[in-house]
Design a protein around this ligand. Sequence first.
Ligand code: HDE
Length: 703
Amino acid sequence: MAKNTRPSSGKPVTIHDQKLMRGKGGELHQIADGDTDVLTTAQGGPVADDQNTLKIGERGPALIEDFHFREKIFHFDHERIPERVVHARGYGAHGFFETYKSLAAYTRADIFQRAGERTPVFVRFSTVAGSKGSFDLARDVRGFAVKFYTQEGNWDLVGNNIPVFFIQDAIKFPDIIHAVKPEPDRAFPQAQSAHDNFWDFISLTPESMHMIMWVMSDRAIPRSFRFMQGFGVHTFRLVNAKDESTFVKFIWKPKLGMQSVVWNEAVKINGADPDFHRRDLWNAIQAGDFPEWELNLQLFDQEFADSFDFDVLDPTKIIPEEVLPPVPVGRLVLDRMPDNFFAETEQVAFMTQNVPPGIDFSNDPLLQGRNFSYLDTQLKRLGSPNFTHIPINAPKCPFHHFQQDGHMAMRNPVGRVNYQPNSFGEGPRESPERGFRSFADAEEGQKVRLRAESFADHYSQARQFFNSQTAPEQRHIAAALTFELSKVETVAIRERMVAHLLNIDEGLAETVADKLGMKELPRRADAAVPPRDDLEPSPALSIIENGPDSFVGRKMGVLVSPGADAVLLKKLQAAIEKEGAVMEIVAPKVGGVEAADGSWIEAKHMIDGGPSVLFDAVALILSEEGAERLAGEAAARDFVADAFAHCKFIAFTSGSIPLLQKAGVDPEADEGLIELDDPKAVAKFIASCRKLRLWSREMAVKL
Ligand code: HDE
């Protein structure tokens, strides 16, 4: 029956066999048989009408017999799986790991035997506290989980961008996570640690103080995944063919160097582009700028471990790089986005217990607990013990076992024999030579629930971390603590926190107490062992000290107006591209502007949609008339004022001065403002941008 109907957009069309296609303007039009595949049900049956439910008469009730409708809605109703209980918001990419040289002396793991060998990997970055739909720039730890598809099975290095953790024993994990997540009665705040429950727990848990210093530092607001370090956190073991063990800590170092944003910027990015980190990774990989990290190992033996006051099994401690220099052993390159987010990034199942022969666990009580949790959680999320049948989780090496059946079994073993030993000579057999052998460490003792004395020092490394930061970084830590504690309503919690800070740095404690408006300092918290004040600062812990001195991989936002200087713009663009950076144009209208020479400048953003927080540096290429007009727009004034307040480098044409002035920025305020008045100025500007931020401005803007 032919019928007149009105699709959601476009003109009414007459639909016969429902072969419709959306045109460029969004309109639906009929297409001939053979142009595309025929739509089918999941059972493969061709579908004749996907627009109308089966009814009795045009205006009548729907029929339960409509199997296509029922299948479609049934499937839709079941599209969601439980989000991860932690690290729910994440973003993944494919790539490879390339081994630099054989590590056979330390490990028999196949992945580390041959120089130049490439192993496929899947990496998922994440935040911890927020739900799946939360924003990217939360102040939070970032997950850095790597699945290596090795020739001896999957190895999952499930790490974070911070090398220590809040707690020393896995039994406290539900508590810390309950405390940081939205409070259970009111269901807020989302993706924030700035609330009473979190700080209540922390203030009662001195072992978290080292981690707190990291989480309050700029590490917790990274510029993007591409500019973060990653850490395995725990001490692991490498075991060689002679069954000799070496302790190891894993560190990922980004080739582009580290970079973070400032808090005021993070808050604004979350509004302007909640997917800022996702988009950054997507854009970089799609543009062929493949992000890269080097895997570094800190290798040590028992004697070296015994030389410290702290325990290398304690995940709240680091071994400073200056004490034990990390050795680069390979590189990780991410070069392909998943074809489908759900199938790959959402369904990927990382598990700390996935280790190949030659890599083994230590007794770190957090790691031991994780080895239970990760398998358990996959069953809840993916709903079947056959989650390894999902392609993203399946090994890429040959595998043979007798596991069978269960929900969604797709790879049941074939043949008669599904057990061993068997006398039919069929099926796989264990291999004492090739198989995983646990390192035969000698263990004995009483069954106890005790925390070792060697885990008792909670403050010394927190102090060392703080002392290793540059002045701006220390200011950021103080500001973050003040902000977070200002959101805590219970005064006693604020005081307990300041009491802990007194054991870390008195100046820090005093600043925070003062900014919180405390009338007097609380009594210093009791420490289980006296904090040490003789630990050497570790410059490797500072982001700023280890700046890249390069603008490679960064993004420049250029604000243009009608009458802009197109020649200058081209010169700037060439210099940015030569530097290996990206330029995006912001204009009053997204359609672009006409330049002074009559050429057309295409824009990527309109000014309201392209605030300067999305860029690492900005340039204003405005005609005087254009600048005067933009000076009347709040979004344009914010563009300039924010770039200045966030200590970014700003280049400008003389015509742009009216906008600078209206935004409250003196064009001669400091060396971070560079007038593009002569041909050499472009090169000078790019050279300045390599410093990324002009931190000396920060005190003047009092952000
Ligand atoms: Fe996790 N963690 N975790 N964690 N973790 C999970 O596993 C857990 C810890 C980390 O992108 C869960 O598949 C316990 C430290 C990352 O899919 C769960 C303890 C470190 C990811 C789990 C910890 C991590 C997770 C939730 C305390 C850094 C995301 C979903 C002993 C070294 C992986 C899932 C991805 C995810 C348990 C502590 C890193 C519930 C019990 C320390 C990067 O199994």
